[in-house]
Design a protein around this ligand. Structure first.
Ligand code: PBG
Length: 324
């Protein structure tokens, strides 16, 4: 056969393939999510996220030391709040003495180089599971929720986080948070904005873990419709204008086009959140013997970086770093 162009030539050997690899990522681009619970010296497996654990503040510190050894320099913290600590308005979100606050202070003190991010929203703290304050009809109130998110951001900024990560999708929250941080001279506390956060079925295992599934209605009045692209571009331009430092697309794998599109229009770093359901389905299939978890994970995270992400939040961070 006379074939002049033979693409397989570049695939001939592992070293040839390594030479021309277009997408690479390193452990420093991964953010490990950590679930923080009350108590001392406990690390417990999470039923809906195989291989992922909840940590008390002291155990989270140990985990951070291990992550740093693997080259992972960033964590995002999520609190697990006891049912009897939750209330209608999520008042415990502004507690300065709870386990999340303790974890932030401890990690920053003992591991100052670790980049600490905290998810800013009320869902972990409200009895109804919504990300903000609700009125009698179950409508999530925008502006009064923003007041609390700004206070929460200042609180965590003062405790030492590197980034606050508003995940609520209220309008104008990034601007409000930036203004409040600056008024308190917290100008080095950054904002990782959940910019394009879709109303997704892939948050299931996370909501099981936090016991935060909405008890009234759903989140479609603030999280985005999976059918839409232009809205994501609008959200990105607003977050950028309002002072965000980094933009996040969530979920990531089912929204690679959104990562690609936002990356083309912004001068800010863009990340993807490989969310709980995207992770758990790999584990579930692997448990059934249907595919190899490590290989499938590597492929998924590669896809997120190939689509243009600069960084990635994934529950598989440690597993990936061990093989990089
Ligand atoms: C809270 C929040 C959610 C996630 C991150 N922050 C859930 C939700 O919006 O209901 C999901 C993360 C995951 O599934 O891994 N606003």
């Amino acid at each position: 056969m006379e074939i002049v162009k033979r693409p397989r030539r570049n695939r001939f050997s592992p070293t040839r393939r390594e030479l021309i690899k277009e997408t690479r990522f390193c452990a420093g681009q991964l953010i490990a999510p950590l679930f923080i619970k009350a108590g001392v010296n406990q690390k417990e497996p999470l039923p809906s996220l195989p291989g992922v654990f909840s940590f008390t503040a002291d155990a989270a510190l140990k985990e951070c030391e291990e992550l740093l050894k693997l080259g992972i320099g960033s964590v995002i913290l999520f609190p697990i709040i006891d049912k009897n600590e939750k209330d209608h308005d999520g008042t415990k979100a502004l507690s300065r003495s709870n386990h999340l606050a303790k974890a932030v202070q401890l990690i920053k003190k003992e591991c100052p180089e670790m980049v600490i991010m905290v998810d800013i929203a009320l869902d972990a703290y409200t009895s109804h599971g919504h990300d903000g304050l609700i009125d009698g009809s179950g409508y999530v109130l925008n502006d009064s929720t923003n007041d609390i998110l700004a206070d929460m951001s200042v609180l965590y900024g003062e405790l030492g986080v590197d980034y606050v990560a508003p995940s609520d999708m209220m309008d104008g929250r990034v601007g409000k948070i930036r203004k409040h941080l600056d008024e308190k001279k917290l100008c080095n506390v950054g904002i990782l904005a959940y910019t394009a956060k879709y109303s997704s079925a892939f948050y299931g295992p996370y909501r099981n873990t936090l016991d935060s599934a909405p008890t009234i209605g759903d989140k479609k009045g603030y999280q985005m419709d999976p059918c839409n692209v232009k809205e994501a571009l609008l959200e990105a331009s607003l977050d950028e204008e309002e002072g965000a430092d980094m933009l996040l697309v969530k979920p990531a794998l089912a929204y690679l086009d959104i990562i690609y599109r936002i990356q083309q229009t912004t001068s800010l770093p863009v990340g993807g959140f490989h969310v709980s359901g995207e992770f758990a389905m790999l584990k579930a299939a692997a448990e059934k013997g249907w595919m190899n978890y490590e290989k499938a994970l590597q492929e998924c995270i590669t896809a997120i970086f190939r689509s243009g992400a600069n960084f990635c939040i994934t529950y598989g961070s440690k597993d990936l770093a061990k093989h990089i």
